[in-house]
Structure formats: C-alpha cells, structure tokens
Design a protein around this ligand. Structure first.
Ligand SMILES: *Cc1c(COP(=O)(O)O)cnc(C)c1O
Length: 477
C-alpha cells in the first residue's frame, strides 16, 4: 500500500463538508446539502466560497437565472405597493396583468387563468376544475381520470394518484386514490416502440389502448386524459412520437372528455416555444393546462391553470366562479415577479436564444459524447430535447459495454454529485427506462434561456469530463 503522503486524494466532496454542519431543516435528500450564499445569473456561490455553474436551473425553474435587475426591481416596487390581499376579497394589479399577458400570448388557446403557488397546486387545481366543469355541465357521473405510467404530476395525494411513478408513490400507495385514477402506457418510442412497428403503428397502438381504457371505464364516466407534453422528472425529457397528441385528443373528443396537458416543467419557454404543445403536440392546444416552473422563474412561488374557451364557457354559463382556492392564491409579490420574468423573456428575445443555445448544447453533447475517442460513447443511449431542455440517457446493457461496478450506486446520481464537486449543477434521474423503475439513468440539462455560448461550452466540458471520470473508475478488468 502506498504511504498516505503519496496518495492522490480528491478534495473532500461538498456533501461530506455539508455533513459536518448541523441543520434543523427536514431535508429531502439522504445526504446533506451545501448551502447557497448568493447567486447571480447562472452562477451560485456557496458558503465555502465555491462558485457553481447551474446547468439545470434548479429543476428547470430559474429560466432567466438569478438576480435579474428588472425582476429584482419589480419585486421591490410591488412590496412597496401591496404585499398581500386575499383573493376572496380583493384582486390585485400584477395578478390581473399576468393573467391578461398569458391569455393574450396564447393565440386564442386560453381565455381564463387561475393563479396558485406552484406546480402541484396547479395540477391539483386542474383536477378539481375539470370535475367542477362536468358537475356544472350536469354530468356528475364523470369521475375518472386517465393518465400515463412513468409520469409525474406533483407531490400532493391527488397528483400522486393521477401520475404513476413507482418510487414516488411507494410509501403512500395505501392512501392513494385507486378508484378514480387510471393509467395507460407512456409514449416513449425509444424504449417502448416495438422493433416490428412503424412510428405510425406505435401511435395507433397507443390510441387504441386509450380508447379501450375509455370503454372499460365507461366512456361517459371519464373526466379527462392528462399528460406531460414532454415528460420531465420521470423519464427525462421525452417528447411524444409524431401524431401522438392528435390521436389522443381525437379519443378525448370522441367521448366528450377533457384533454389536459401538464406543462409545469415543459411550458413557458423551456422548449423554445412559449407552450410545449406549439412544438410537440401538433399545435393542438389543451382544454386545460398547468404551468409553473418557468412561469415564476424561481423569483416567486407560482403556478397557473390555463383555461380554454370551452371550459371557461362551461363555468361562466353556470356558477361563474372557481370553486377552489388557497390563501396565497394570486399572491401579489409572486405575480409581480412572474410578470417581470415574462417581460424579460419577450424583451430580451430569450426564446430565440434558448433555441440557439440549445442547438449548440446538443451539437456539442453529440460531438463529444458520441466521439469514438470518448469512453462514454458505448453507454450513451439517447440525447434528446429542444430549446433549453436536454436529456442524456445512458444504458449499460449493450454488447459493446465493458463491465462496470458502480458499487450499488446509481450512475446518474454519482455523476450528479461528482459534477457538483467540479462546480457544475446538473440533475441525475434514475429508474427512467422501465415501468417498474428498476433501470435507467438520465442526466437532465436545462440551463437558463439567457445562457451564453461560453457557458454552454463550460457545461459540456465539465459534464463530459465527469461522465468519463466516473466511468473510468468503475470499469471492472
Ligand atoms: C415539477 C412538476 C410538478 C410539480 O410542481 P411543484 O412546483 O414541484 O409542486 C408537476 N408536474 C410536472 C410535470 C412537474 O415537472
């Protein structure tokens, strides 16, 4: 054994440093977290002085980075005017203006907006509004929702019931609603399209499966079908096959059920268009949609329910109001922050920048990771996405793969932690590739829409070096 003095040790990891610090927070990770002290643009500085480049915007949240002067000013101005009024008593200016902006930028897709405090609240509210719609339409027998396996719609009991992800549901299975929530297959061609099937046949199979599910439940008992336009946290940036949403919507229309999209992660510009359905759902707008992460960009705790004319009319023609609410609904500070974020996206032409930088990012990822000189190349299963949202999926089963020993750890999580130590924030996801969540490693990259070319290059350099480092340490001779 080499004497200790000669051994080349890596500097102590950030999580090991954090583990020594006491905390009173009920944290959501099994490991301790380093503490952020300040942040500007896409950089975050920790208490120990280390500067990190955020390549994933938290969880695809900080879409224009931290500390944008215009948003900071808008929040300061709003707190001087009105910090809070209760939405059952008074409306407020930034909420009114934000809702107007969302409606006016939707090309007629939406007529009303309900504002809540986050993504789960938005999806929970979508469920209740959909039910309210049918109660008011005198179809109270409609009580079933259909969603998809390998989906995520939030962490409340309602949204956990709606979605289907083994790991997230496991401890709560016994108290989830199994009666009103049903699931069909994901639309994930690279994993689930059969080798003897064309894309068209795959879509037709999925359409038929949904139709069969309606028949099984009783077509007039279904409230709606809900899906993420592009799947985020469960499979890692998975767009639907061509024609999928057109086929799915035709089934909903046939049986008078609602077509619901969850764009909490994919919406508000993440994919280079304001709504993901403009790029990935054959331009078919939903009857109801949830948005959140990119809506507030992290500056305010906010989510929204976007309501089409059809559903808006259904409510307006009857009771005329939303039978749902939270105390912090339409919060003036969150709305002012969100409105300022949306204005920055327009004024600085950031959707175009997101598309350009995303194209550069994916080009570099492919060039580096798929190069014959890259030891990671045999393990790269898929590089997919659009705009400022990309997933890199790894697979270790190929015949070309050398044997790896990851010592029981998940590759994506090890890569995420090692990248953090190297100053890069990325997100690792596991259990993405099979319905039971037993296999799959994806790294998600979702930088801010105002990321620069140099920052994109830094992201790819550190990311690829990290992947190579973790792999080379794991080879079994
Ligand atoms: C993040 C997310 C949610 C939940 O949003 P929270 O703000 O975390 O409550 C719901 N649906 C999708 C698709 C998401 O990505």
């Amino acid at each position: 054994m080499a004497p200790a003095l000669l051994s080349v040790e890596r500097p102590e990891s950030l999580t090991a440093q954090a583990a020594r610090k006491p905390t009173s927070i009920l944290h959501r990770t099994p490991w301790r977290l380093p503490v952020a002290q300040s942040a500007d643009g896409s950089y975050v500085t920790l208490e120990n002085g280390q500067r990190l480049l955020d390549a994933v915007g938290g969880a695809a949240v900080t879409c224009i980075g931290n500390g944008h002067p215009k948003v900071v000013q808008a929040i300061k101005d709003q707190v001087d005017k009105v910090s809070y009024v209760y939405s059952m008593q008074l409306s407020n200016q930034p909420a009114e203006e934000l809702a107007r902006y969302i409606v006016s930028s939707s090309n007629g897709a939406f007529e009303l907006v309900g504002i809540v405090s986050g993504g789960s609240e938005a999806m929970e509210a979508v469920l209740k509004l959909s039910r309210q719609y049918f109660v008011e339409k005198k179809q109270p027998q409609r009580k079933n929702f259909i969603a998809r396996h390998l989906s995520f719609h939030g962490n409340t009991l309602g949204t956990l019931s709606l979605a289907s992800h083994v790991g997230r549901r496991a401890p709560y299975e016994a108290i989830l609603d199994h009666e009103n929530f049903h699931h069909v297959s994901p639309a994930y061609a690279k994993r689930f399209q059969r080798p003897d099937e064309t894309e068209e046949q795959y879509v037709e199979r999925l359409r038929q499966e949904l139709d069969d599910k309606f028949q099984e439940l009783g077509p007039d008992t279904v409230i709606g079908f809900a899906a993420e336009t592009v799947v985020g946290a469960t499979t890692g940036v998975v767009p639907p096959p061509n024609g999928y949403f057109k086929a799915i919507k035709s089934v909903c229309d046939k049986y008078g059920a609602l077509f619901i999209l969850d764009e909490v992660m994919s919406g508000m510009g993440r994919l280079g268009s304001l709504h993901a359905w403009e790029t990935f759902a054959d331009d078919i707008s939903p009857d109801i949609q949830a948005v959140a992460k990119g809506l507030g960009g992290g500056y305010g705790s906010i989510g929204a329910v976007l309501v089409s004319k059809k559903v808006a009319d259904g409510i307006r023609d009857t009771s005329g109001f939303w039978k749902h609410g939270h105390t912090y609904q339409a919060h003036p500070l969150a709305c002012a922050a969100s409105l300022a974020v949306q204005k920055v996206i327009v004024e600085e032409n950031l959707l175009e920048n997101a598309r350009k930088m995303g194209a550069h990012l994916s080009m570099l990822l492919r060039e580096k990771l798929l190069s014959p000189n890259c030891i990671a190349a045999p393990y790269v299963f898929d590089i997919r996405g659009a705009g400022c949202w990309w997933g890199v999926e790894f697979d270790f089963d190929g015949p070309q793969c050398r044997r790896l020993d990851l010592k029981g750890a998940n590759f994506a999580i090890v890569v995420q932690q090692r990248a953090l130590d190297k100053g890069l924030i990325i997100m690792g996801m596991t259990g993405t590739a099979t319905l039971d969540g037993s296999k799959g490693d994806v790294i998600m990259l979702s930088p801010a829409y105002n990321i620069t070319k140099e920052q994109v290059e830094d992201i790819v350099t550190v990311f690829v070096a990290t992947v190579e480092e973790v792999l080379s340490e794991s080879f079994v001779e």
